[in-house]
Design a protein around this ligand. Structure first.
Ligand code: BT5
Length: 323
């Protein structure tokens, strides 16, 4: 058992309250000296813990650092976020999540990092992932669904991220098909879904989520300054990244469980309700062709439907959409 994690869980379950050393030692199944030792370690990691004789310990503040313990503490989900691999600097959390999935890490495992040196977008594009300001995270899921339905998981993830952003910051976010989240015309988040499958069976998906949480305008490189934004810039407040991830896990799990039981309908409705794409005149570029028309909606599978000037309807499975 991870004693630090148990101590944090106990603090989380008792916000603002002192917990005696005796109580903590019973909860964690260790001696009071061991409790004290682990609290010292937490302090060194940046946790502010008040200790008062006879009263016990009380958590005053947690560091703004994405540790596995912090994310798991108090997270009341069944599987999403119950296993977390947290790193300081990595090339890409996607690569580590694939490795972890191949080794059998369970559904819901998160790989998070403070910084990525080779963050990936789609089609070989780069994702700018500066240190300490964002949420760079990859999630392993193992849905039992046919392979052609896996793009629905990107839409589901975008809905869950959008809902979390709205709840946690109050800002009005829009989803641009298929994988971008926008605030006021600027990109605040991108989702990258990678599939590992056999001929007719999904082994697992790694869903990468990049969120500009506390990035300042000056932290964006020149080429992104006009097209990217962050939750902090838009809401005017600093985002508690641990709390945000926990809330995302809850919302994603609820949407995902509903999807596995009842299908794509609810996601389709929710996605369309916050879509930036539907109703717009767009240019759609696939590897093979280019098409212009109005985005009229998703079909029941999650495929984008474009109506061209002549009124003909086209299904778009995978493409870049420009306005
Ligand atoms: C995406 O690709 O939007 C998917 C991004 C997924 C990133 C996450 S972070 C955790 C996980 N680990 C990874 O290595 N990746 C995932 P795409 O639609 O191809 O958009 C890429 C484009 O977005 C770039 O070409 C830039 O124009 C722009 N961009 C790059 N970094 C950005 C940022 N931080 N904020 C906003 N836009 C950015």
């Amino acid at each position: 058992m991870n004693i630090k994690q148990e101590i944090l869980k106990a603090f989380h379950a008792n916000p603002g309250r002192f917990i005696s050393g005796e109580e903590l030692s019973q909860t964690c199944g260790c001696s009071r000296t061991a409790v004290w030792k682990h609290i010292e370690e937490l302090r060194q990691e940046g946790y502010e813990v008040e200790a008062v004789r006879k009263a016990g310990y009380r958590l005053l503040a947690a560091p703004d650092r994405l540790s596995a313990e912090a994310v798991i503490a108090g997270l009341d989900t069944k599987r999403i976020g119950q296993h977390v691999l947290a790193y300081d600097t990595v090339v890409s959390t996607q690569l580590l999540a694939h490795e972890a999935a191949a080794k059998g890490m369970p559904e819901g495992t998160l790989v998070i990092a403070e910084q990525q040196t080779g963050g990936k977008g789609r089609l070989g594009r780069a994702w700018h992932s500066p240190k300490g300001t964002g949420i760079w995270m990859s999630m392993i899921v193992r849905p039992v669904i046919p392979i052609p339905k896996t793009p629905q998981m990107t839409l589901l993830t975008a809905v869950a991220v959008a809902k979390t952003m709205q709840q946690e910051t109050g800002v009005d976010v829009k989803i641009k098909w298929p994988n971008d989240i926008f605030i006021g015309g600027k990109k605040v988040c991108g989702v990258l879904t990678e599939l590992n499958a056999e001929a007719d069976r999904v082994n697992y998906l790694v869903i990468g989520i990049g969120i500009n949480a506390n990035t300042a305008a000056a932290d964006f490189p020149e080429e992104l300054r006009d097209i990217a934004t962050s939750l902090a810039i838009e809401s005017g407040t600093t985002v508690d990244r641990v709390r945000f991830i926990q809330q995302f896990c809850r919302i994603f799990e609820a949407e995902y469980d509903h999807y596995l039981r009842h299908g794509f309908d609810r996601i389709k409705t929710e996605w369309e309700a916050c879509s930036y794409t539907i109703g717009r005149w767009v240019t759609v570029k696939t590897i093979h062709s280019e098409l212009e028309g109005r985005a009229v909606g998703l079909d029941e599978e999650g495929v984008l439907i474009i109506e061209d000037a002549a009124g003909a309807r086209h299904k778009v499975y995978s493409a870049d959409v420009n306005y």
